[in-house]
Structure formats: structure tokens, C-alpha cells
Design a protein around this ligand. Structure first.
Ligand SMILES: Nc1ncnc2c1ncn2[C@@H]1O[C@H](COP(=O)(O)OP(=O)(O)OP(=O)(O)O)[C@@H](O)[C@H]1O
Ligand SMILES: O=P(O)(O)OC[C@@]1(O)O[C@H](CO)[C@@H](O)[C@@H]1O
Length: 303
């Protein structure tokens, strides 16, 4: 089974207006509330690919109820730990620019945390756990790493979408996939990239440090897959970008879901790219219709 973990889910409150003027009363042209959080987004994409999965994490309060109902309505399997504090609301403003204001997230008590962690005892070698998104302030930086140790002790696989030291630290535990974007990769090693060769050089370091599969996403410039002896590059297909929120999560969902089904990393890369672009070209996350429309437009070449 594939499990996604969203420690800090959200209601994504999408607000559209022609122009945002700071310090003034602004009126919305359109608004929408969507269930959010990186792991939940990965779960939704897995579902679109008919890949069985369960979304885990913490949900609480009226906001948590909204998220739970919204994702269960689309048929997602969930097993969230109930918390007494409210799930956060993240504001996504689409005006002359895209601006995101993400909440810090709720408090999680020791008991709530223990309930959540107990689930990991049941993992087996057939399971994959995907961690994605920020932690809440009451959890310390070792949170993911401690869970990863448990996961690996059961022989299960893990994927982690995080940045900086928290990512570097997990590499020795051999994540199934890491997918920093090019900016995150540069920050990770404290360098500036001048071209694709630099990106490949530092992407390969992630493999050397233990990652099993490495993708580097480059938004509208497409993505790279770096293997021990080959580098694959894809330019993103052209289209009208409606929403780039969740493109990275979609790429992870597309890659992991397809890798689990086919064991073919190149095919998984193709689906990852298609899901990422399909989300960029959709108002919400991509659905199966959009993904299937984009798939034939994905071209991958050896770099
Ligand atoms: N503007 C775009 N046009 C076409 N494809 C896109 C666009 N933006 C993203 N994609 C596709 O989605 C993939 C992931 O996007 P991106 O690099 O923005 O991930 P990310 O930085 O993790 O995004 P986010 O954190 O916003 O989810 C890209 O590699 C690309 O294939
Ligand atoms: O604050 P985090 O956890 O880093 O990111 C949360 C978030 O911005 O990521 C998703 C898009 O990737 C959104 O659904 C959600 O609002």
C-alpha cells in the first residue's frame, strides 16, 4: 500500500482578483476553498491514476472536517489522526502575481502524536510512505527522520519531499525518490547554477548520498531524471498556466504511482512530468482526463 503523510494539511483558500493593492480594501472576483497539503495532493493524484493509497496525517476542528469531507467525497481512503486544534487555512492569492500565505499549523499533543506514530508499527516490505509538506511548530525537526527509521526497520520504502538539512539527513536511509526543484537543489548545497550541467552535477550527489531515484523539477522549463549512468531531460509542454500550486506534488504522485505499478523509472518520469504539467494547466489539481491529454505531449530525451 502507498501511504501519504500530511502533517500539516490545509484548506487552500483560492482568491482571485485583477489586482491586489496593499493597504486598501480589495474585492475578490472569485474565490474557492480546496482541501490542501502536499501529501493530500499526492494522494489525490495517485487516485486519479487508480493507484490505491491511504492519506495519513492530522486533522482537527471545523477546518479539519472540511478537508476530511472534501477528500472523502472524491473517494480517497483516509486515516487521519483527530486533533483538538484547528487545521490551518492557506491563502492563495491570484492577482497580478501569485502570492501564497500559509498558516503555521495547529498544536499536536503528545497523545495525538502517539496515536499517529503507532500506525507505523504495521508497515511491511510492500509499503511505501510519502512524506510531503511542512511540519507544525510543536513538532521538532527530527520528526520525519524518527519515522523514517521505523519505516526502514520494517523494510518499507519512503519518499520525502522536503528541503535543506532535513532532506540531506534522510539520504543515508535511501529514499525511493527525492524531487527538489532546481532552486531547492542549489540552496541545499549552497551554490548558484549557471546551467543544466551544474544541476546534473549536484543532482548526482543526491544519488551518491543514497537516493534511489532523483528528479529535479524546473517548473515551466520541465524536469530532469538523473540516474547513475544517464541523464534524461524533458521540456515542459506548452499550455496556459492556470495554477502552479501542487505541480510538484503531482509530479511525485505521478512518478511514485507509476513506479509502483510498472517498476520502470523512465515511464514513471513520463507520468510525473504529465501530472505536473496537467496540474499547472488546471484550476485545481489535475484530473485523469487532463493527465491523459498531456501524456502524449511529453517528450523525454537523453541529455
Ligand atoms: N508552467 C508550467 N508549464 C508546464 N509544466 C509545468 C509548469 N510548472 C510546472 N510544470 C511541471 O510540473 C513539474 C513540477 O513543477 P515545479 O518545478 O514547479 O515543482 P515545485 O517547485 O515542487 O512546485 P510546487 O511547490 O508549486 O508544487 C515541472 O517539472 C513541470 O514538468
Ligand atoms: O506549508 P507547506 O506544507 O510547505 O505547503 C502547503 C501547500 O502550500 O502545499 C500545497 C501545494 O504544494 C498546497 O496545497 C498547500 O497549501
Amino acid at each position: 500500500m502507498i501511504y501519504t503523510v500530511t502533517v500539516n494539511p490545509s484548506i487552500d483558500y483560492i482568491v482571485q482578483l485583477k489586482e491586489l493593492t496593499l493597504g486598501e480594501v480589495n474585492r475578490m472576483d472569485y474565490d474557492n476553498k480546496l482541501p490542501g497539503g502536499k501529501g493530500i495532493n499526492v494522494s489525490r493524484i495517485l487516485k486519479e491514476l487508480d493507484q490505491d493509497n491511504v492519506a495519513l496525517g492530522f486533522l482537527g476542528g471545523f477546518t479539519g472536517n472540511f478537508v476530511k469531507e472534501a477528500i472523502e467525497r472524491v473517494g480517497l481512503k483516509t486515516h487521519f489522526t483527530h486533533i483538538s486544534d484547528d487545521t490551518r487555512i492557506n491563502v492563495k492569492i491570484k492577482a497580478q502575481d501569485e502570492t501564497e500565505i500559509n498558516g503555521r499549523g495547529p498544536k499536536i499533543s503528545k497523545e495525538e502524536l502517539a496515536d499517529f506514530t503507532a500506525q507505523f508499527d504495521k508497515l511491511t516490505v510492500n509499503d511505501i510512505v510519502i512524506f510531503a509538506g511542512s511540519l507544525v511548530p510543536s513538532l521538532d525537526d527530527n520528526f520525519y527522520f524518527d519515522l523514517i527509521k521505523i519505516i526502514r526497520s520494517k523494510g518499507a520504502q519512503f519518499v520525502i519531499d522536503t528541503t535543506g538539512e532535513s532532506l540531506l539527513k534522510t539520504l543515508s536511509e535511501k529514499p525511493l525518490l527525492v524531487k527538489p526543484n532546481n532552486h531547492e537543489l542549489a540552496d541545499l548545497f549552497g551554490v548558484k547554477f549557471t546551467g543544466i550541467d551544474d544541476i546534473v552535477k549536484y543532482g548526482r550527489k543526491l544519488l551518491d548520498l543514497g537516493a534511489q531515484n532523483v528528479l529535479i523539477s524546473m517548473a515551466g522549463d520541465g524536469g530532469l531524471m538523473i540516474t547513475k549512468d544517464k541523464v534524461y531531460r524533458s521540456y515542459a509542454p506548452k499550455g496556459t498556466v492556470i495554477n502552479s500550486v501542487g505541480a510538484g506534488d503531482s509530479m511525485i504522485g505521478g512518478f511514485v504511482g507509476t513506479l509502483a505499478r510498472t517498476k520502470d523509472a523512465l515511464e514513471a518520469f513520463r507520468y510525473g512530468l504529465a501530472c505536473g504539467s496537467a496540474t499547472a494547466f488546471s484550476e485545481d489539481l489535475a484530473d485523469r482526463v487532463k493527465i491523459n491529454e498531456i501524456l502524449p505531449k511529453i517528450k523525454i530525451e537523453e541529455y
